[in-house]
Design a protein. Structure first.
Lengths: 113, 112
């Protein structure tokens, strides 16, 4: 069974631009969660989706948004990029939610210049 | 708000020895889940062990076991017979009703 895939793996953007990251969960998984990892703030929860519905959202500004499609694939979007948005963005999938075993993707490394 | 604290930024263990990583958390919820995740240099996060708060029995997965003290809000990870492949960042995580919270991590070095 294929693991969680994230595209792109690396991305360089400039301040003010917007970016869309994609996550394809393991087949059969209906829950997708997103996390931001930075050296300063560590791992922080962004969103949790289940069956196309956002169930929970972390403490991030409205510039961060996401969605989930009917095939459980998920995207997250960051508008008006700031230097502080440079991070590793991790996606994880599970059958029902993060209370179960989550399987993480390799991450997308975003650099904002 | 729930917080997760890992007081040991770095730990070192000799191969084949035992090491314990500490984690404390703060919560007002009664029903929650606790995890230890491992992140090797490749950056791929892997679940090591999972504990449901309502279960008194400590979780065990092969060489990995936890000491879950609910009243003390403590959740430590014991790695027995340490192997070189255990070298990684270890994150303690809490899942309550609304989100996931992670500790700052403990970098474990395994010496041959």
């Amino acid at each position: 069974k294929a693991g969680v895939t994230q595209t792109p793996r690396y991305l360089i953007k400039t301040r003010g631009q917007q970016v869309t990251l994609s996550c394809s969960p393991i087949s059969g998984h209906r829950s997708v969660s997103w996390y931001q990892q930075t050296p300063g703030q560590g791992l922080q929860f962004l969103f949790e989706y289940f069956s196309e519905t956002q169930r929970n959202k972390g403490n991030f500004p409205g510039r961060f948004s996401g969605r989930q499609f009917s095939n459980s694939r998920s995207e997250m979007n960051v508008s008006t990029l700031e230097l502080g948005d440079s991070a590793l963005y991790l996606c994880a999938s599970s059958f029902w939610g993060p209370q179960e075993t989550q399987y993480f993707g390799p991450g997308t490394r975003l650099l904002v210049l | 708000a729930q917080t997760v604290t890992q007081s040991q930024p770095e730990m070192s263990v000799q191969e084949a020895e035992t090491v314990t990583l500490s984690c404390t958390y703060d919560t007002s919820e009664s029903d929650y889940y606790l995890f230890w995740y491992k992140q090797p240099p490749s950056r791929q996060m892997i679940l090591v062990i999972r504990q449901e708060a309502y279960k008194q029995q400590n979780a065990t997965e092969n060489r990995f076991s936890v000491n879950f003290q609910k009243a003390a809000k403590s959740f430590s990870l014991k790695i027995s017979d340490s192997q070189l492949g255990d070298a990684a960042m270890y994150f303690c995580a809490y899942r309550g009703n609304n989100d996931m919270r992670f500790g700052a991590g403990t970098r474990l070095t395994v010496k041959p």
